[in-house]
Design a protein around this ligand. Structure first.
Ligand code: ADP
Length: 392
């Protein structure tokens, strides 16, 4: 049983081919198609130890995915002998609005609903739809499954998902908090449950997906009951280039002060803020280097970043009452022991005790006592493949 996972962006396409036939689930190949629509595009493809980079004109997703099909199924060095062996294609879909709480087999009607959700994610959903349509053409016999970033958070109670703005904006226009990174939060929560040898439904956890984009999830008895991102991924934690939470009056204030449009303020908050906005860098490795050299702006940026995460951990502890684990994942969460320690510092009274040596060694549980503090590598593609597989 071969499963292909696709994550289509407006000018890119990530893919991973899994073999689910044995007891062990194997990744056979993966890659990234970039600069779709530009004069010269690039495909970085790897299979086992072999890696190759192909530069060619990739005018659209159809051309890009056709080349991927050649690399995976049809060409001379193909990994499997024909494309009909791919039985399932799992698509990452960013926004499912309040219409999808679980993976869903894609039909014309489902595609229509995803399209209706596009106004909520105008940069992402249209690209996801393009990827799905091209995959349907190239793999007409495969089952196409949509796995939604928002799905895991559909269990939020209304008091957690509503904004305190005129109710009509919710009832008429579905303006509410949705949350993202759901596939990742669910995956690491399941892995934590395995590690703790306890069923997921019996666990209360706080999961911290901290990469360039970042979000926290508050998980009660295995279900998401709150999360830090909102209608869009801008809300919540301080991120690489996004502001996260702030006074909403700043939008009008900055637009007036700088004589720029609301759209330009949106761009400033999404792309020029966060760590980058404060200190000019958004990679934690560069920021820590600067901190060690005595750079004050870098210190301010990292402290603000860690402080915001700590506040979310504290508030979710209040929501949950009993917390069975705090989980760190994604680029920063998995690799950056110093940031983990900074986030958790001074929380001993809340039963949070970080063991510096275990943390530096990236041990799965790096607590000395009290609440287990876990580092778990996320794998959104595998989760998409598993959820797609589970539908068959
Ligand atoms: P994305 O949100 O783009 O998927 P990732 O989860 O891959 O992001 O995280 C990327 C970020 O992780 C980088 O910008 C960097 O800040 C951080 N990162 C990656 N590796 C390390 C490391 N070894 N030490 C510290 N930070 C790291």
């Amino acid at each position: 049983m071969y499963i292909l996972v696709l994550n289509s962006g407006s000018s890119s396409l990530k893919y991973q081919l899994f073999d689910f036939s044995g007891s062990e689930k194997k990744v056979l190949a993966k890659g990234l198609v970039e600069q779709i629509g530009e004069e010269i595009g690039k495909i970085s493809h790897s299979s086992g130890q072999e890696k190759q980079v192909i530069e060619m004109a990739i005018s659209d997703h159809q051309v890009g995915l056709s080349k991927v099909v050649e690399l995976l199924c049809d060409g001379e060095q193909a990994i499997i002998t024909n494309r009909e062996m791919v039985e399932v294609i799992g698509h990452r879909v960013v926004h499912g609005g309040d219409r999808f709480a679980a993976p869903t087999i894609i039909t014309d009607e489902v595609l229509q609903v995803i399209s209706e959700c596009s106004y909520l994610a105008p940069l992402h959903n249209p690209a996801n739809i393009t990827g799905i349509k091209v995959a349907c053409e190239l793999f007409p016999k495969a089952k196409q499954v949509g796995v939604f970033d928002t799905a895991f958070h559909q269990s939020l109670p209304d008091y957690a998902y509503l904004y305190a703005i005129p109710y009509e904006l919710y009832s008429e226009h579905k303006i509410r908090r949705y949350g993202f990174h759901g596939t990742s939060h669910l995956y690491v929560a399941k892995k934590a449950a395995e590690f703790l040898s306890t069923p997921l439904k019996d666990l209360n956890m706080i999961t911290l997906h901290i990469g360039n984009g970042a979000s926290a999830a508050c998980i009660k008895q295995g279900q998401s009951v709150d999360t830090s991102m909102g209608l869009t991924p801008l809300e919540g934690l301080v991120m690489g280039t996004r502001s996260g939470d702030m006074d909403p009056a700043l939008i009008e204030f900055i637009a007036t002060l700088k004589n720029i449009s609301v759209q330009e303020v949106g761009n400033l908050l999404n792309k020029k803020s966060g760590l980058k906005g404060i200190c000019g860098d958004n990679d934690l490795r560069a920021i820590w280097k600067r901190v060690d050299q005595g750079d004050e702006l870098a210190r301010k940026a990292i402290e603000l970043y860690a402080y915001r995460i700590r506040k979310y951990v504290g508030s979710y502890m209040a929501v949950l009452g009993r917390v069975d684990a705090i989980i760190f994942t994604a680029g920063v969460g998995e690799n950056d022991a110093r940031t983990r320690e900074l986030v958790l510092s001074g929380m001993e009274n809340l039963n949070i005790h970080c063991d510096s040596a275990k943390n530096s060694a990236h041990e799965t549980d790096f607590s000395t006592q009290g609440i287990p503090l876990l580092t778990i590598a996320t794998n959104e593609e595998l989760e998409i493949a598993e959820q797609s597989f589970s539908l068959l």
